[in-house]
Design a protein around this ligand. Sequence first.
Ligand code: GRG
Length: 277
Amino acid sequence: MFSFESWAQSHRLPFEKRLHTIFQDRFPEKLAEATNYPLTTGGKRIRPLFVFAAAEAIGGFSEKSALCSALSVELIHTYSLVHDDLPCMDNDDFRRGKPTVHKKYGEAEALLVGDALLTEAFTILSDSPHLSQALPLIGKAAGISGMIGGQSIDIGFEGAIETVERLTLLHTKKTGALISVAIQLGGIAAQATPIQQEQLETYGNAVGLAFQLADDLLDAEEDQKADGPPNFVKLLGYQETKDRARQCYESAISAIQDLPNPQALKALAKFSIARSH
Ligand code: GRG
């Protein structure tokens, strides 16, 4: 029987090993150490797991392409967290139970750490045998049309977020785009057919939103600040948010039903809505 935990562990271990060598013995030493720090504080590695799961769902994939994409996406995700924690953004002192990068190394240094992570992501991707297909997708997902655009809506630069549609747009871009591209990159590593790639995209969009709905449910369980940022629970209520997360989960599962080996993708969809942190 398929065990999600042992599957995830078998992918996490070699991935972690490679991830931790990226900034080892690099110059300048202090920046290299600070840049390595947020890569060593934990993290579920859900985006890399999505790359591997999507590649396996199709089968016969290029390990090198999947690894380059998985590393690249995780570096971009990590940079976004480092910058998001800065005083000019969310001003957080702790992430994953450890001091944030700017608390440990200083604010200017944390800005450079984020920049180093982002640029290294593209250097790593340049080694992919599928670079020309992967590059525009990842650039779009991380940039103004994706994650950065979502963050701009989130900080209120684009106006108030008063409707569920606006909030959905925010999260589709801020969180969903990178999750969705991780899944598409897995398909590219396996050279999926256009129909399979479309199925993966539908799965990715649904699961990306489910991930955020689940995050808002978790936040609501921890504390409900009336003056905090808008979230689905505040706009829809707890039960409706939960129902929508389930609907997204079901759409995600039905989109990948016909793929040759969808079990890891199915387990990841479940993990995304049922996680505890
Ligand atoms: C500052 C450029 C810039 C972008 C920031 C994605 C983002 C945009 C900020 C991250 C902050 C945040 C709480 C986003 C919501 C999505 C989310 C739940 C992120 C955390 O992802 P996990 O749960 O984190 O995969 P781990 O710690 O497991 O890596």
